[in-house]
Ligand binder design. Structure first.
Ligand SMILES: [Zn+2]
Ligand SMILES: [Zn+2]
Length: 527
């Protein structure tokens, strides 16, 4: 309502397709019909799949409602628009500063810049839908707020529902840093629309500080598609019987931080069997079991008496601290994928410690002091490892702490000394952190999660690409025949892709085009 009072909202009348049969306005993609450009019969209201042009649903020939096939009519409807154009200067100044201070990820900066460079346009923030947040204005009983206008406001209202002290978080930009994580398709709502709404109130708000945006995770070299049953999703992930922590590990270790990444079943199984089981799990299990054995009967020996004349244990502590420093820096910079790889290096180093010192019964008998020192250091290393893995794999961290019979260690800001597990402390019983996944599972899961559908989707994609290429060549031939001396590339940007007054992004060059794919400022989608 403050935006309203400050003159940043405006009511406008637009014309939208309306289905009289089921009595509702239709989102662009719920209208189908014949493409006015190429005549394709199953074009969608927002885009023709055959010729690739963006369309206006009201331009389709013989349009029909996707739900019931009735012909929609053009009907006027009133909507509230957020005047982003009036806020452009403010949001530009804010985003240039924040993106630097908060070290936004590269694609986040590029997407935001492309919106700003194009010039912000008023955006409809209400929709003709039944489901949603009511609009607090007269005559808006049949309309609701657009989800991307009110979803971000939800961050604030959720906090306010949780605690009456919500302003401590949301009204204190000097002391609170807001970190946000999202896929690149959601960037503009967080870097342009929501900050504009905040700025337009003229009030003091905590605004986005660090932005961590990802590229896309693909599925077996294709695309995940819930509607077509391609890929593995929440509930079915559970049905595989693989613990949530293993999923967390695999997905975070392939987090698409700098480019698209692939979900692949063979990689998933290898990650579990090699990275988690052989490296991480083996280290923890080996040392806990050794302390459980008759040598110590689960009681931590006195590891303070050994004279480390060769400084080999000192060297281990030094190397661990080096890795720990990297881990801290990566976590501060929200390099989650790198941070997780660093944790795995930390557990490799633990395995190294046991191997270098040949930890076994003979060592316990022949060099008890040295053995005790290695055991103390290794247990401490496991203790540290639990804390380092805790943000990624909470159940694994908890299991390690139970086996150590210890509290979670606060990762030291300074040096780690390798002495957090005291002599005389009694540890718990060893338990396996991970179990082997049989290689046969690869085939089974691949078939279960859309193998056939995936093949079909790939074939369709190839056919489409071929059709597009043929079309391009046809145009080229036509142009050459007509002798029209257009500069290269102009053909594409002229005829295309202008929709609701938004220019095509195709002139911005392929790199940006890829990043901004699907994120251009198309104005009024009803969903
Ligand atoms: Zn209908
Ligand atoms: Zn077409």
């Amino acid at each position: 309502m403050k935006l309203h009072k400050n003159g940043y909202l405006e009511e406008k009348t637009t014309v939208q397709p309306y289905c009289e049969k089921h009595g509702a306005f239709l989102a662009d993609r719920f209208v189908e019909g014949e493409c006015p450009l190429c005549g394709y019969e199953d074009a969608r209201g927002d885009q023709c799949d055959k010729c690739g042009h963006l369309l206006d649903p009201l331009d389709l020939k013989n349009p029909r409602c996707k739900l019931d096939g009735a012909a929609p009519i053009a009907k006027e409807t009133k909507h509230v628009f957020l005047l982003l154009d009036k806020l452009q200067g403010q949001v530009e100044e804010w985003s240039r500063k924040s993106s630097k201070e908060g070290a936004w990820s590269n694609n986040g900066i590029q997407i935001t810049e492309s919106w700003l460079n194009e010039g912000l346009k008023p955006r409809g923030i209400t929709r003709d839908l039944k489901w949603g947040t009511a609009v607090p204005l007269p005559d808006y009983d049949n309309k609701v707020l657009y989800v991307w206008f009110d979803a971000c406001i939800g961050y604030v209202s959720i906090t306010a529902n949780y605690t009456s002290e919500w302003e401590k978080w949301w009204r204190d930009p000097e002391n609170v840093s807001l970190y946000q994580f999202m896929g690149k398709d959601n960037v503009p709502f967080h870097t342009v629309v929501f900050p504009s709404s905040q700025l337009g109130t003229n009030d003091k708000w905590t605004k986005l500080n660090h932005l961590s945006t990802t590229e896309y995770l693909n599925y077996e070299k294709g695309k995940f598609s819930k509607s077509r049953g391609i890929g593995v999703f929440g509930t079915s992930a559970k049905e595989t019987g693989i613990p949530a922590d293993v999923w967390r590990y695999y997905l975070l270790s392939r987090r698409p931080e700098t480019g698209d990444t692939e979900f692949e079943w063979d990689g998933f199984i290898a990650a579990n069997n090699n990275e988690l089981l052989k490296n991480f799990g083996n280290f923890v299990n080996r040392i806990i079991k050794f302390v459980n054995s008759a040598n110590f009967d689960s009681v931590v020996p006195d590891h303070t008496k050994y004279d480390d004349a060769e400084k080999s244990l000192e060297k281990h502590i030094k190397e661990t601290n080096e890795i720990l420093t990297e881990y801290r820096q990566q976590m501060e910079a929200v390099k989650l994928r790198q941070g997780l790889a660093t944790v795995l290096r930390m557990s490799s180093l633990g395995n190294q410690l046991l191997q270098d010192n040949r930890l076994d019964n003979a060592l316990a008998k022949e060099q008890p002091d040295r053995c005790a020192a290695v055991v103390g250091l290794a247990l401490s290393h496991v203790h540290l490892l639990a804390s380092a893995i805790a943000p990624y794999m909470p159940a694994t961290a908890l299991s390690i702490l139970q086996q150590l019979n210890a509290e979670l260690l606060i990762i030291p800001d300074g040096e780690w000394r390798g002495n957090t597990v005291e002599p005389g402390h009694k540890i718990g019983k060893a338990a396996y952190l991970f179990s082997q996944i049989k290689p046969e599972k690869e085939k089974e899961w691949r078939e279960m999660f859309g193998g056939e559908e995936l093949k079909k989707a790939k074939a369709e994609k190839e056919a489409k690409a071929a059709a597009k290429k043929a079309e391009k060549e046809r145009k080229k031939a036509k142009k050459a025949a007509g002798g029209a001396a257009k500069p290269a590339g102009e053909g594409e940007s002229v005829e295309a892709v202008e929709k609701d007054g938004v220019q095509s992004k195709s002139e911005a060059g392929t790199a940006v085009e890829e990043v901004t794919e699907g994120t251009a400022q198309v104005t009024l989608q009803t969903s």
